[in-house]
Design a binder for this molecule. Structure first.
Ligand code: MRU
Length: 347
């Protein structure tokens, strides 16, 4: 059963504080947009699709108490909330996709009363959740077709239920393969600095009874060299029109290693993660985070407290290193610009 990561309950957003996992499963309820902004910023809510959902629901809580009587005034305030929520994290395009969708839903209904528009916006946010659930299942089905009985799989960061409204993207493929009795083994990169692999992915896989082995990030190459990895599945935060894909820092390392060791490297992501407005990964904004995340592990200082730090949250894997991209609309192969062209026109 997928964990309920982020939902709408009794007029509030209810979400898991993921910073406390795996040792504490704590839900937080809020209708305070500033609390939500911090939850996204601090990675209490994280993972591209979940951030998108948080953005959509964030608009709903933002507009809840608005007293504006005219559409123009209402819309101006909505845009202020949308801009504010968008300032929380820059890389996952799902956030901006969801915010734009909420703005469009308001504009398309400008002739209705403000009360009706508020209701329509709540429905739109719930629709985004519903669509995310369905696309997780579809990606899982497509991706599991690539997994053979007994496959040994490597994953990085957390692209599971905690990053979506349902089953996850890359982990969805693994859950579905496990459900089909494929007897897979999954190696999980711990994913420094914030340890999403060690804390979140292991927790999700073990809850499903999947054979899970945690490794430090610097152990992947040696496993590959020993022939102990058959395939790699990762998620994405933003995919450019040419298929270049931004994902958690360290993903690019794996893709380079996979190419050298001739291991298939798959990216699993819903269409809401594609940014067809940009031509290549060079245009993807990469979030830089506090040096303290590297100087310390879970709050415990491990390096000199004034050492300089380089801490980009994501890197970009060039499309030529990606064997295929698995979406809810099917599996796409290179050349991605051509393969994705038809999808971009429908989006
Ligand atoms: O910084 P995070 O934890 O939000 O980064 C998450 C990732 O990089 C995931 O792999 C990505 O968002 C895909 S989640 C389905």
């Amino acid at each position: 059963m997928p964990v309920e990561t982020i939902t709408w309950k009794s007029g509030k957003i209810k979400f898991i504080d993921q910073t406390l996992l795996p040792h504490k499963l704590k839900y937080v309820s809020t209708d305070d947009i500033h609390r939500l902004w911090w939850a996204i910023k601090k990675l209490e809510i994280r993972g591209a699709p979940a951030i998108g959902i948080a953005g959509a629901l964030g608009v709903v809580i933002g507009i809840k108490r608005l007293k504006a009587k005219t559409f123009d005034k209402f819309f101006k305030e909505l845009q202020t909330f949308s801009k504010y929520l968008g300032s929380s994290r820059p890389t996952a395009v799902n956030l901006f996709w969801a915010l734009k969708r909420m703005e469009k839903a308001a504009r398309d209904n400008r002739l209705k009363s403000i009360a009706e528009i508020k209701n329509i916006l709540l429905k739109e946010a719930l629709k985004i959740i519903d669509e995310d659930m369905k696309s997780c299942r579809r990606m899982a089905r497509f991706g599991s077709g690539l997994v053979k009985h007994g496959s040994r799989i490597l994953t990085h960061c957390n692209a599971g239920g905690l990053a979506t409204a349902d089953y996850g993207t890359a982990l969805g493929v693994l859950f579905e393969s496990n459900r089909q009795g494929k007897n897979i083994r999954v190696y999980v990169d711990e994913t420094r600095p914030l340890l999403q692999g060690a804390r979140l992915t292991t927790w999700e896989l073990m809850r499903e009874g999947i054979d899970t082995i945690l490794i430090c990030d610097n152990m992947a190459a040696s496993l590959m060299a020993k022939g102990r990895i058959d395939m790699i599945f990762v998620g994405a935060d933003r995919i450019a029109s040419n298929g270049d894909a931004a994902n958690k820092i360290g993903t690019y390392n794996l893709a380079v290693l996979a190419k050298y060791h001739k291991i298939p490297f798959y990216v699993v992501a819903p269409l809401s993660t594609f940014d067809f407005n940009i031509k290549s990964g060079k245009e993807i904004p990469i979030e830089g985070r506090s040096g303290d995340e590297v100087r310390a592990i879970l709050g415990k200082l491990i390096a000199p407290k004034n050492v300089k730090v380089y801490n980009p949250s994501f890197d970009v894997t060039p499309n030529e290193l990606i064997t295929a991209i698995i979406t809810e609309s099917g599996i796409f192969n290179r050349p991605y610009r051509k393969a994705l062209g038809a999808v971009s026109r429908c989006k």
